[in-house]
Design a protein around this ligand. Sequence first.
Ligand SMILES: [Zn+2]
Ligand SMILES: [Zn+2]
Length: 439
Amino acid sequence: MISLGGLRTRFSMKVTIYRGAKETGGTCIELQSENSRILIDFGLPLVDENREPFDSKKIKNKSKEDLIKSGVLPAIKGLYKDEQPVFDAILLSHPHQDHYGLLSFVNPKIPVYLSQGCKELIKISYYFGQTDCDPKNVEAVTMWQPFKKGNFTITPYLVDHSGFDALAFLIESESKKIFYSGDFRGHGRKSVLFDNILKTPPKNIDYLILEGSMLGRDKGRYHSEKDIENELARVLKNKTNLFFIACSSQNIDRLVSIYRACVKSNRIFVIDPYTALILDKLRKVSTKLPQFDWGKNIRLFFVPNRYTMKMAGDKSLFKFKSAKITYQEIQNIRNQLVVKDSYTTRRIFADKKYLGNSKLIYSMWDGYLPDVKPFWDMHNVPIVKIHSSGHAYVEELQKFVKAINPKYIIPNHTFYPEKFLELFGSKTKIVNDKETFEI
Ligand SMILES: [Zn+2]
Ligand SMILES: [Zn+2]
């Protein structure tokens, strides 16, 4: 507080979006109130300066100074390992690398707050060498339970997203309120969380920092995760084919949909040890996730890739032995299987001549399809696309904004911030990356 002629003047809250005001990925937002500072997300960019896919290998073995110079790391004093820390906390919204992938550069004395599921998935990604972030000084939050960091009161909201255990944050300070949506949607397996926000929205929000990934993107043929499950079950009822399915092992909602479709169609979901380990580690977060020891609809193919080798090396593979499917079994019951696709799995199946009369179900973002299509085309395997987005559709964004009714909306995590103006008119406040504004 500053005293002016006996009157106490309230400090404003300062907001700086370092990246994400006009692009998807690489989210990094700073809030400052008096001497308190927090950072929300610290993600790897998804695109480079030419809007080409960002090559994360380019940052390997680079110094902090080089990465600040090239614009990958934001120039923030008091955040990095070799500096005296000035931040009270880092809040991570969810375990996608475009929200946490630069964390390894941060001074580990700064505490990181995240969900239990986020913590588990980052630990797994670190174990398998997918990230350099080793989450040490981290604390799992309790949903909807406010906690204080410096001048800020932070309330984590569990939201529906393709990233597991994802959070939005309500952040209050000096009578100002910001709601950061994080990445979210209203049509996943936890759509009830979206409905709950519509029914009982956070009140008197000054600024809503809102993701807009789906603006400018095609919605696709299937609306919800439930539609995906139903369509998968329908397709899988055809008993003449061996099915491969391409999906992310960390898209837990999708794994549940596939498993449920396998139960409905009396098929066996064949996952790899990496996927089985992820589901096993998440038992402590949810008891509803399909597990390797659930019996007849789930088995493991011990694909000899570096992930399986890593698990064999430290004996963690042993736990999953009871669910292992043999080559003989694969040969005998091929047309009852739904095999989780991976680079090595598809090649082994091709070598063993198992691919005859196969189909690939492609259940991921279209952008990754060119990586795998040549292989399947070469083996004359038809591709069936069954996917829905991990992000809110335009109509969901509209419902969300209507319910929360903020004074202002700041576009974030979008390539089309100007489309917010079309949707939300004068409430929209488009900002530039690295620009600090006061509220
Ligand atoms: Zn994201
Ligand atoms: Zn995400």
